[in-house]
Design a protein around this ligand. Sequence first.
Ligand code: AMP
Length: 214
Amino acid sequence: MEKPQVIILLGGPASGKGTQAKILAEDIGYKYFGTGDLLRGEAERGTELGKKFAKLMDVGELVPDEFTDPLVLTKLNELKNLGVVLDGYPRNLEQAATLQSVFPDENFLVLNIIVSEKSLLKRMSSRRICDKCGKIITVKNDEKICDFCGGNFIQRVDDSPKILEKRIKTYNTRTAPIIAYYREQDKVKDIDGEPPIKEVTKEIQKAVKGKLTD
Ligand code: AMP
């Protein structure tokens, strides 16, 4: 395989793909782009579009492509000639086709982070995010204040128990088919996402670095 210009992290909600995507981008000097952050940012600004996004995100549904495409395409075109790590995109087969149209050379590497449904549910219910700097933690002792910036740790609305199962279902029906699509093209590397963060990072480094030295 040619040196991948685009590295896609796929995995269920709370599989650690966001955390690992940020670590990887920093490590190899690629740009990080996460659509969850982009859409949450729009929702937080409270624009008309943002309000629509919030309603869907809060119930664990995907935001329709007609809304995500203009935002995502602007960003992808900015990143066109750079190395990029994608978190949360593509999320369905149509988005995979859109991505392909911006990066027609097909030099993608897909890291499929595998975590059991039981672990996903457990992780999501104990995940908290800092409302100021965005740091993500797994609560152990009811931590409320961010040790990094002093902000408040809050639970994402879509991490609440009743939305968890819906998000996993959305992942299985809409996003998982992309793995088969990329697997047919021999672009997928499976990563065991069950171990602690540092170990998963090491496995990802091993999977990526060999390809980058080509
Ligand atoms: P994430 O932070 O990646 O878990 O995304 C949170 C929520 O944002 C998802 O449950 C979706 O509602 C929405 N979202 C993120 N990325 C996309 C995307 N590529 N297409 C549609 N909706 C998305």
